[in-house]
Ligand binder design. Structure first.
Ligand code: CU
Length: 126
């Protein structure tokens, strides 16, 4: 990325104004497992893709069980495909409902946070 110091003040202001009006926050475009999914077996990882590359060092993904306990929360890896972040699960997930909670830093400096749920095991209690 071009150093901000090389931008003249007017250019920087214009850039920031453009970012604001363009709504340049990162947005979730794809997830595995996806929101609302019912997987027959535990996934090995949770992977989220965005419309731009999040700052991996300033982003977090957590997986919580139905009781709200954090079952996965660790270092993220970039995916081979662009704009993805991957959280490996330390152990297989028992059948049940899980929440994926994420908080990522967009390249425009804004924090984007959201969550969704998925089920492991067919016939998981709602
Ligand atoms: Cu933004």
């Amino acid at each position: 990325m071009t150093s901000l110091r090389t931008l003249r003040p007017l250019g920087l202001a214009a850039l920031l104004a453009w970012s604001a009006t363009a709504g340049a926050h990162a947005q979730l475009t794809r997830a595995r497992p996806p929101a609302g999914a019912a997987t027959s077996a535990s996934p090995r990882a949770v992977t989220l893709w965005f419309n731009e590359q999040p700052e991996v060092d300033f982003s977090a993904i957590q997986v919580l069980d139905a009781a709200g306990r954090v079952v996965a929360d660790g270092a993220l890896a970039r995916t081979a495909k662009p704009n993805g972040l991957k959280l490996a699960l330390p152990a297989p997930l028992a059948p049940g409902r899980y929440v994926v909670r994420y908080r990522i830093l967009s390249v425009d400096g804004h924090i984007v946070a959201d969550e969704y749920s998925f089920d492991v095991g067919s016939g998981a209690a709602p």
